[in-house]
Every structure is written in structure tokens, then in C-alpha cells.
Design a protein around this ligand. Structure first.
Ligand SMILES: [Zn+2]
Length: 429
């Protein structure tokens, strides 16, 4: 599987100038490609291919006075900007046709100077991690890296990112073997849990164990809202607006880092203590609609599930995603009758009584059902349970390694199907 490893970069002043040029050129090529395809669409012309765009927007554009500066930037960076744009269009078309799981995505939008900037170097670009620990980037130089850990193997690509707060990062894509962080299997057959992601608490685990939603979710959400309202009141182009924008960017950064650290901690503990985890593949978007700490909370669910799956795979644990239409909340875990709360009204019900006499806490009952369904699927060797890990890059490992671009232009494709990673020595296929 592919993971991202993110490290802080400390470019020198001249390197920052070169990076700014590369960011700008990549942005221009990306935007030219968006414009070219919009134009073709408006004129009823065929969709221009990557090869056509590459020739037109890079090779030929370099010879024009208006775009001659493209020649000062690594060609790979420009090609990668084109392929980002291509991917964004493909995601959009797939989404329109309903071939793509997850939230609807819109067509690519023009990139702006103010946002997060990024460029990508592939192996073809001959980037290198040098013996002295510096990162050599073509046409940029040897950049200082703050290595917080070693890369497990040779990276296949590196993205250089500049956040709106002015910090630089290198995000390496590295192939990691499944089972790379292998943990000794737990002998205890009870060491497995369902996970019910919830409205009231972040999650409920086996035996009614609760992972509470951390307080900072709400606090940061409030702070962000306030800063965004201040920003909205500042005049366009003013110095104060720039300051307010920086303030918003800093809060976003703080949210991302805090959330990432917190999610990692939860994921590590769950994987350490359980041989198998069963989660409902829920509609993350709809779940916490209407709550106060909405976006901070919602984003944590997605991150939590993606990292849990990835960590379970690397640790040799079983991970099963249960179809979102499995009625985990409505099933009585005692008698098996569909009697629980349903619909929008049902979302508010905390506990309910079944006709059989059982009284259920909504989330505790859902966890039991999810866990049973999960072990039933594993025991039955469901044909679709093999983890379909393709070329997707999952936001990986330790805290603060998440690529801030992820989730904006692309997200890991998630099918509705069940996926598991088999227990070591047990073939699920
Ligand atoms: Zn019952």
C-alpha cells in the first residue's frame, strides 16, 4: 500500500524564490488546462487529451513571450500539474455518471494564489534524498528537511507544499508492505470490537466503551467561525484582510494537526487491543448534520476510518467494513427483530425498548450488531472481503503527516463493498 510521509522543509531565501516560480508555473499550467477544457466544452469540440494539452500548454507555450518563463521550471512539475487537472476532470465525469463512490465532486476550479500551493516531482524528475539528509529538487536546489523519522523505503514521488501560513512541507509517497508494522496476534477470541461512530460520542466500542468527542473539536470550530466572520468583514485587497486570512489559515492548520494527532492515538490503541475491528461504512456526511462542531467532527470520522483500515492492514489485523445499509441500529441484539428507531426522528433516540423485553442503549446495541455481522462475514469467507487496496494513497501514519491537499481534489475511492484484511495464516478469499 502507498503511504504519505510528511516532513517540514526549511528552504533558503533563494530556494523560496525558485519554489515560488515553480508553484506559480504549475498553477498557470493547471489553470490553462481547466480553461482549455471549459472552452472545448463550450464550443462543442472534443475533449482535448493530455497529449494535446501537454504540447499546447507546455511545449508550445514556452516559445511564446507570455509564457517563456515556463522553461525555468522542471518539466515534470508542469506535467504533473496537467495530470492533476486530468484526474480532477475524470473524477468529475465519474461522479456525474455515478461511477464514483463518495460525495459528488464538481469540475476542477481555477487555483488561486492565496491557497495552499503544491508541486510534485516523480522519479523521472530525479529528485533525491542525499546522504547529508537534504532533499535535492531539480531547478530548486538542496533543501533542508526536518526528518522526524526514517522513510521505510525509496519514495516514488514527493510533493512540495506551501501552506497559507508560510510553512513548507515535503510529502513523500512510499510503498509500504501490508504487515509492515506487524503486531503479534492476540490469542484472546474476545479481542475484537465493533465500532459505532456516533452523534453523542465519537465512537462506542465493545462493552459500551466510549471514545468521547474531544472538547477541542467544539472549541476550534468556534474559533474558526469567529475568524471567518472577521475575515468576511475586511475590505478586498486590504492589509487587514491579508492578516485576517492568515489568522484563518493558522486555525485551519491547528485543527488539522490536533485532529490528526488525536485520531492517530485512538487508532493505535484500537489496533493494539483488538485482533479484529468491524465498522459500519457510514455516510460520514449525513451523520453529524446539524451539530455544532460539524466540520471538525465530520472530517475526523473520515480520517479515523481511513487510518484505521490502513493501520490494521499494516499490523496484520482484520478490518471489515459493513455495508451502510445493514440495520445495525434497528436490529435488536437480543432477539434479532427489526424494532429499533429509524428515519430522521430515530437519530435522536438514545435508548429504546424491544418487544422482547430488552432495553437498549442505541450505540451499545449497534456495536454488538456490527461486531456480530463482521465476524459472520469473516467466518463465511465472503468473496468480496479481500481488501481492494489499489493505487490509492491513504492518509497514513503518524500525526501531522496528512497531505493538506488530500480530500480537496481527490480522495481515496471507497466502494460500498465490504473489505477486510485477512488474519495472518487465514485466507479470506
Ligand atoms: Zn428484542
Amino acid at each position: 500500500m502507498l503511504l504519505r510521509y510528511r516532513f517540514r522543509l526549511y528552504p533558503t531565501m533563494p530556494q523560496r524564490v525558485s519554489l515560488a516560480r515553480a508553484f506559480g508555473s504549475a498553477r498557470v499550467v493547471f489553470n490553462d488546462a481547466v480553461a482549455a477544457r471549459k472552452h472545448a466544452h463550450a464550443e462543442g469540440l472534443p475533449y482535448p487529451t493530455m497529449a494535446v494539452l501537454s504540447k499546447q500548454l507546455i511545449t508550445e507555450a514556452k516559445r511564446t513571450p507570455g509564457r517563456s518563463w515556463l522553461g525555468e521550471v522542471s518539466a515534470v512539475v508542469l506535467q504533473q500539474a496537467l495530470s492533476d487537472c486530468d484526474r480532477a476532470w475524470k473524477n468529475f465525469f465519474a461522479s456525474v455518471k455515478g461511477e464514483r463512490a463518495g460525495t459528488r465532486v464538481g469540475p476542477p476550479r481555477f487555483k488561486r494564489r492565496n491557497g495552499t500551493q503544491s508541486i510534485r516531482f516523480t522519479r523521472n524528475a530525479r529528485f533525491a534524498v542525499l546522504g547529508n539528509g537534504r532533499l535535492r529538487l531539480p531547478k530548486i536546489g538542496e533543501v533542508k528537511v526536518a526528518w522526524s523519522r526514517a522513510l521505510p523505503s525509496e519514495p516514488s514521488s514527493v510533493a512540495v507544499i506551501k501552506c497559507p501560513t508560510g510553512k513548507y512541507y515535503a510529502s513523500f509517497v512510499v510503498a509500504v508492505d501490508e504487515g509492515a508494522d506487524f503486531l503479534e496476534p492476540l490469542g484472546d477470541p474476545e479481542a475484537e470490537t465493533g465500532i459505532d461512530l456516533g452523534l453523542k460520542d465519537f465512537a462506542v466500542l465493545r462493552g459500551g466503551r466510549v471514545i468521547e468527542s474531544p472538547r477541542f473539536f467544539r472549541r476550534l470550530e468556534r474559533r474558526l467561525g469567529k475568524a471567518q466572520r472577521v475575515l468576511a468583514r475586511k475590505a478586498q485587497g486590504s492589509v487587514n484582510r491579508a492578516k485576517a486570512r492568515l489568522r484563518v489559515a493558522k486555525i485551519h492548520e491547528k485543527i488539522r494537526d490536533t485532529r490528526s494527532d488525536w485520531v492517530d492515538k485512538q487508532v493505535k490503541a484500537i489496533v493494539r487491543e483488538n485482533q479484529a475491528v468491524y465498522v459500519e461504512d457510514l455516510n460520514v456526511k449525513g451523520l453529524s448534520r446539524g451539530r455544532a462542531a460539524k466540520s471538525v467532527h465530520d472530517a475526523a470520522f473520515g480520517m479515523f476510518l481511513a487510518r484505521l483500515e490502513s493501520k490494521a492492514a499494516r499490523s496484520g489485523r482484520t478490518f471489515v467494513k459493513i455495508d451502510r445499509f445493514f440495520p445495525s441500529t434497528r436490529l435488536c441484539s437480543v432477539c434479532g427483530v427489526l424494532a429499533g428507531p429509524s428515519g430522521l426522528e430515530g437519530l435522536k433516540v438514545r435508548s429504546w425498548a424491544c418487544g422482547c423485553g430488552a432495553v437498549h442503549d442505541r450505540d451499545v446495541n449497534a456495536e454488538v450488531n456490527t461486531r456480530r455481522e463482521g465476524s459472520r462475514i469473516v467466518a463465511g469467507g465472503h468473496p468480496d472481503t479481500r481488501n481492494a487496496s489499489g493505487g490509492d494513497v491513504r492518509p497514513g501514519t503518524p500525526g501531522r503527516l496528512r497531505n493538506p491537499r488530500e480530500g480537496k481534489n481527490e480522495e481515496p475511492a471507497r466502494g460500498g463493498a465490504v473489505s477486510t484484511v485477512p488474519k495472518p495464516g487465514v485466507s479470506v478469499l
